[in-house]
Write a protein that binds this ligand. Structure first.
Ligand code: PLP
Length: 390
């Protein structure tokens, strides 16, 4: 494929072309799906193509997506994984028994649970600390001297925005690697590598793909010669948690419209958050785009072009009240996950249970590309009965 001549093209233009160009052999404007797992050698046992040996690593669609995402992140290289969790697990596996991981608390429950199990199994010390208070977090960091600091920015479901720059500086003083899960931001809103992080992880299942039909994950690095990246590159190759060609094709197709989707989703989320904040049945709206949110200033410093598509609301009332609100929604669908074109609601307490400490009245919303008026009308109709009850 020809790459576009102008290396300074905006992210929107790079995305629209899927990071590629016209195939010089056929004129095809989209790349083909190659299903070959293996590639033939000639009589002298030379590879027909030096970059095609076995498809666990040698998949052109995968390479095209990796180059596109690394470029958007301002990074050196990227590697796709079979899911966001596969990407996170590969990152955490660089830490050896006897070492420490410092992980932000109150992040995606799946990450928290996996990290706890993994660290216990491997004899790794896991410290969970609140990153909303950056000064305290950096003190903990200096005290425990971790090999890896794992952040999620903005966090799911509390939408906290950790200070990536300050934490990265403190971490580098202790020779720790900093990995940031930036799933809720995408590289269009925040670029953690430019804030000092070493690795940035995404569940590409969410907004990067955007259509709730592919599981994928990706990790990008700032320094391709670092030990951390050498480990991750080998881990992806050797442990083999790769994406199929069909899924890679769908992901690249989704990525082509990422900038349009994010524009609409962020504008919708801001409008929905503003309307919900004024609703008498809502106790609190957690959305970084609201001045009332504790992380608003940090978000303004670190994010550009919007504050994301995810928010959480605390409904005035009990778990049953929150569930009843979710049950009355009609346009917004009751389902886990986020970042798709369709808006979703989730009662996280039902999923995580009491041990997680999640508020019983919290509903997490992933805002899609529908009309903001329709979304607000759906939410208002679901919330109104709470104010009208005796
Ligand atoms: N990171 C965050 C912030 C998530 O919300 C999720 C899933 O919801 C994941 C990682 C895991 O990604 P996947 O479901 O692609 O494994």
């Amino acid at each position: 494929m020809h790459t576009p001549r102008n290396a300074k093209l905006s992210p929107a233009s790079r995305l629209a072309h899927g990071g590629g160009g016209i195939d010089p052999a056929t004129g095809a404007v989209v790349p083909p799906i190659s299903t070959a797992t293996t590639f033939a050698r000639d009589e002298a046992y030379r590879l027909t193509s030096p970059t095609h040996l076995y498809s666990r690593d040698d998949n052109d669609l995968t390479r095209q997506i990796e180059a596109l995402i690394a470029d958007l992140e301002g990074g050196a290289e990227a590697r796709l994984f079979a899911s966001g969790m596969a990407a996170i697990a590969a990152t955490a596996r660089m830490v050896k028994p006897g070492q420490t991981i410092l992980m932000q608390s109150g992040i995606y429950w799946g990450t928290t649970l996996w990290m706890r199990k993994h660290c216990q199994h491997m004899g790794i010390a896991l410290i969970e600390a609140n990153a909303a208070d950056g000064t305290r977090f950096c003190e903990t960091l200096r005290e425990c001297g971790p090999a890896l600091v794992f952040l999620e920015v903005p966090s799911n479901p509390f939408l906290e925005v950790a200070d990536v720059r300050a934490i990265s500086e403190a971490a580098h003083d202790c020779d720790a690697v900093v990995a940031v899960d930036a799933t809720a931001a995408t590289p269009l809103l925040m670029r953690p590598l430019e804030l000092g992080a070493d690795l940035v992880v995404h569940s590409a299942t969410k907004a990067l793909n955007g259509h709730s039909d592919v599981l994928a994950g990706i990790v990008s690095c700032r320094d391709a010669d670092s030990d951390a990246w050498r480990f991750l590159r080998e881990e992806r190759h050797d442990a083999g948690a790769v994406l199929s060609s069909f899924d890679a094709y769908l992901l690249l197709r989704g990525l082509r419209t990422l900038s349009l989707r994010m524009e609409r989703m962020c504008a919708n989320a801001q409008a929905v958050a503003t309307a919900l904040e004024a609703h008498p049945a809502i106790e609190t709206v957690l959305y970084p785009g609201l001045v009332s949110h504790a992380a608003h200033e940090a978000a303004r410093r670190q994010m550009n072009g919007g504050f994301g598509y995810m928010m959480s609301v605390l409904v005035k009332g009990t778990a049953a009240d929150a569930l009843a609100v979710a049950g009355r929604l009609s346009l917004i669908k009751r389902a886990t996950s986020l970042g798709g074109v369709e808006s979703l609601v989730e009662h996280r307490y039902t999923i995580e249970g009491e041990a997680s400490g999640i508020p019983v009245n919290l509903l997490r919303l992933s805002i899609g590309i529908e009309s903001a008026e329709d979304l607000i009308a759906d939410l208002t109709a679901a919330l109104d009965p709470l104010i009208h009850r005796a």
